[in-house]
Design a protein around this ligand. Structure first.
Ligand SMILES: N[C@@H](CCC(=O)N[C@@H](CS)C(=O)NCC(=O)O)C(=O)O
Length: 226
C-alpha cells in the first residue's frame, strides 16, 4: 500500500525487547487500523530518535486520522472506540477486563525489572526475585479469575482481545524465564503464543538486524535462581 493510503503511523521499538510496543501493536492490529508501522531500534540508553518522534520519548505512539495517542492503555481505549468488540459487551466482564488491563499498565514492576522481555533467549530459572514472584502469583490469580468468568480460553472469552494484548508480553516473559507456573497458566501462555498476531510479531523480531541486539537485555543479571 502506498504511504499516502495510510490513515496514520504507529511508532514502536525493537520487537525483540519492547514489551509496551507489543501491547500497542496488538491493539492496533486487533482494531485493524491501517497505519504505517515505524520501528525505531531501542538503544542501551534512551533513544534520541524515539524522543524526536514521540511526545513522551516513549513507544508505542499512535497517530491516526488527526488523533495523537500515547500511553499504551490510552492506545487500547482508542482502538476499542474504533472497533467495537475489543472490550467485552457484558458490563461486568468489561469492568474486569479494564481493571486487569489498568493493573498491568500501572504495576508489576518487580516482574518487569527482574524478567525483561527478550523473544530470542532462554533464561530459564533466572530472575526469581521475591518481588517478581509476588507479581507472578497475582498474575496467575487474575488470569484464572478472568478466564473462569469469561469462559476462556482468552481473558475475556473466546477471542484474543485487549486484556490479552496487555498481558501478551507477560506470556512472552514466562516463556523466556520459565518461572514455576500452574498448569492453567501454562495453557493460557500457549494460547497467547499460538495467536497469529503473536506468531507474526515473533517472526518479525527474529528478522531484526543483529546490530539491534543490546547487551543490557542479552546479558541481564540472572540471579537469583532459587
Ligand atoms: N507508560 C508507557 C511506557 C512505554 C515505555 O516505557 N516504552 C519504552 C520501550 S518498551 C520506551 O519507549 N523507552 C524509551 C527508549 O528506550 O528510548 C506506555 O504505557 O506506553
Amino acid at each position: 500500500m502506498p504511504a499516502q493510503a495510510h490513515a496514520g503511523r504507529l511508532f514502536i521499538g525493537s520487537k525483540r525487547y519492547s514489551s509496551w510496543s507489543l501491547r500497542g501493536w496488538l491493539a492496533v492490529h486487533l482494531a485493524k487500523l491501517e497505519v504505517e508501522e515505524v520501528v525505531i531500534a531501542l538503544e542501551e540508553t534512551p533513544s534520541a530518535a524515539i524522543q524526536a518522534a514521540t511526545p513522551t520519548g516513549l513507544v508505542p505512539y499512535l497517530e491516526h486520522r488527526g488523533a495523537r495517542v500515547w500511553e499504551t492503555i490510552a492506545i487500547a481505549e482508542y482502538c476499542a472506540e474504533q472497533a467495537p468488540g475489543l472490550w467485552p459487551e457484558d458490563a461486568a466482564l468489561r469492568a474486569q477486563a479494564r481493571s486487569i488491563s489498568a493493573e498491568m499498565h500501572a504495576g508489576f514492576r518487580g516482574l518487569r525489572q527482574a524478567m525483561p522481555m527478550n523473544l530470542g533467549r532462554d533464561f530459564a530459572g533466572g530472575g526469581r526475585t521475591p518481588e517478581a514472584l509476588a507479581d507472578i502469583a497475582r498474575i496467575e490469580t487474575l488470569w484464572r479469575e478472568a478466564r473462569a468468568a469469561s469462559g476462556g480460553p482468552f481473558l475475556s472469552g473466546a477471542d484474543f482481545t485487549l486484556a490479552d494484548a496487555m498481558y501478551a508480553p507477560v506470556a512472552s516473559r514466562f516463556l523466556t524465564w520459565q518461572p514455576v507456573l500452574a498448569a492453567d497458566t501454562l495453557d493460557y501462555v500457549a494460547a497467547v503464543r499460538a495467536h497469529p498476531l503473536m506468531r507474526r510479531w515473533y517472526a518479525e523480531a527474529a528478522a531484526e538486524p543483529a546490530a539491534w541486539l543490546l547487551d543490557k537485555y542479552e546479558n541481564p543479571p540472572l540471579a537469583p535462581t532459587a
